[in-house]
Design a protein around this ligand. Structure first.
Ligand code: 13P
Length: 258
């Protein structure tokens, strides 16, 4: 049994002053206050901007919630202006990070190659990498979804071989991100099944059984139940809806019900 993971990606949103009220409201709405064991049955994580990491880690600890970075550099130190290393994150008590989000690929020049370097370094540092893949609308419309996702996942698995540790792969179709147009549960399941097959073939059947695969792209309290009902979807990577404590709490409750 794979424990469900509901991960919020705050992107470039929220300030330090909003953290305490947010986590208090979220913990109450999700029922973590009444049942602290809940976060063992469904894992909850927020990927927050760098300046919020230290305080978020302190505040989230008392609720059993995990905090992750949204990006990281693969080198340990050096002349890389504007970058942050795994060691720096570790000092803050962080051991998880998003890698290769489509916005990083689209706007900041990340490629399969940089994503692979980061995944490799993350596993070496004992981190949980949440590596993101997904096709654009043009790629889907021209029938290239399978080949694009296969290329991206193969590159990630090559970097994670032979032991993927706690690697998580998030399938986020670019056309579904922030558009209000989620993939249907059938579309999402089809790609998740492909990814799991690739993990089984390229790493091992055991890794395929164990690895958690998340869906992201306009996931909401309204569609999360149907998505989580799919056999290969183990949770969500949630943007907009994770900024609202009540909405994200509802999604966590959906994960708990599975
Ligand atoms: P939305 O949920 O806002 O579509 O964003 C998805 C996403 O990019 C999460 O990483």
């Amino acid at each position: 049994m794979r424990t469900k993971l509901l991960a919020g990606n705050w992107k470039m949103n929220k300030r330090i002053s909003e953290l305490a009220p947010f986590f208090d409201a979220f913990a109450t709405e999700a029922g973590i206050d009444r049942d602290p064991g809940l976060v063992k049955k469904v894992e909850v994580l927020f990927a927050v901007p760098y300046p919020l990491l230290a305080q978020a880690t302190q505040l989230a600890k008392k609720h059993g919630i995990h905090i992750a970075a949204q990006n990281v550099h693969w080198e340990a130190s050096g002349a890389f202006t504007g970058e942050v290393s795994f060691g720096m994150l570790q000092e803050l008590g962080i051991n998880a990070t998003l890698i290769g989000h489509s916005e990083r690929r689209q706007y900041f020049g990340e490629t399969d190659e940089t994503v692979a370097k980061k995944v490799k370094a993350a596993l070496a540092a004992g981190f949980t990498p949440i590596a993101c893949v997904g096709e654009t609308l043009a790629e889907r419309d021209s029938g290239k979804t399978e080949s694009v996702v296969t290329r991206q996942v193969t590159s990630i698995l090559g970097a994670a071989s032979p032991d993927p540790g706690r690697l998580v792969i998030a399938y986020e179709p670019v056309w579904a991100i922030g558009t209000g147009r989620s993939a249907t549960s059938a579309q999402a399941q089809e790609v998740h099944a492909l990814i799991r097959r690739l993990v089984r073939e390229q790493l091992s059947p055991a890794a395929g059984d164990r690895m958690r695969l998340l869906y992201g792209g306009s996931a909401t309290p309204q569609n999360i139940d149907e998505l989580l009902a799919q056999g290969d979807i183990d949770g969500g990577l949630v943007g907009g809806a994770s900024l609202k404590p009540a909405d994200f709490a509802k999604m966590v409750r959906s994960g708990l019900a599975r």
